[in-house]
Design a protein around this ligand. Structure first.
Ligand code: DX5
Ligand code: ZN
Length: 216
């Protein structure tokens, strides 16, 4: 399977979102990564349901919705209704994570769990079999444009081992600071999906940059 590419719309042009979503829809991207931030779980606020619904209207690729919010269990159905295909919650934000994963699946979405840089992979032993995507944060959540943390490579290898040992089907996603220089090493370590925001949108030709990442 070739590596899945999920451009992060957080780095798009919010005054011309339709244009960016149409570009991503026509590109070689596999999914569109949508970051929701509440200003509490992370020190930044992005956007909520009305914007997500607007994105959905123009998107012909699945939406991976990355919730950087506390108590995500309050809004699972609303995110489904707003257009999420995969709903990703943070390990650090969920008291009853198992329950929340089941609720996401019951709504007909794929379930993802994101972990911040300080969270060790062995915390996932009891739920790895229940999820569709493990999203390893390679920067501290909250902002685009940060530098990838080197410890990420080791975490990918540990996740790969855990998934094999558990006969789990979860894919491993990497989010933060991904570019063409570190992507080959991330893929070699075992990443299945790469999220990339500022690198794609900051390049002269985002659609070509997506293809370049896809062809690695
Ligand atoms: C950061 C977000 C990322 C962000 C990645 O908290 O979860 O999805 O958009 O952006 P880059 O690729 O610029 O690090
Ligand atoms: Zn994200």
């Amino acid at each position: 399977m070739s590596t899945l590419i999920a451009p992060s719309i957080l780095s798009g042009d919010f005054a011309h979102l339709a244009k960016d979503i149409e570009m991503l829809s026509k590109s070689n991207a596999d999914r569109i990564h949508v970051d929701i931030m509440d200003g509490v779980f992370v020190p930044n606020i992005s956007f909520g349901f009305p914007v997500l619904k607007a994105i959905k209207k123009y998107a012909s690729k699945p939406l991976d919705v990355h919730l950087m919010i506390i108590k995500p269990e309050r809004y699972i159905r609303q995110f489904k209704e707003a257009g999420a295909d995969t709903l990703i919650v943070h390990f650090e934000a969920c008291t009853h994570l198992h329950n929340i994963i089941q609720a996401i699946k019951q709504e007909g979405m794929q379930a993802g769990v994101a972990i911040n840089p300080h969270t060790a992979i062995n915390n996932l032993e009891a739920i790895i079999q229940d999820i569709d995507q493990l999203l390893i944060m390679s920067v501290n959540s909250g902002f685009g444009g940060q530098k990838l943390i080197e410890h990420t490579y080791l975490k990918i290898e540990l996740s790969r081992n855990l998934i094999e040992k558990s006969h789990a089907k979860a894919i491993i996603g990497i989010d933060g600071g991904v570019d063409l220089s570190n992507a080959p090493k991330l893929i070699a370590a075992g990443a299945d999906l790469l999220v990339s925001g500022s690198f794609i949108f900051g390049s002269g030709n985002p659609s070509k940059t997506i293809s370049d990442l896809k062809e690695l």
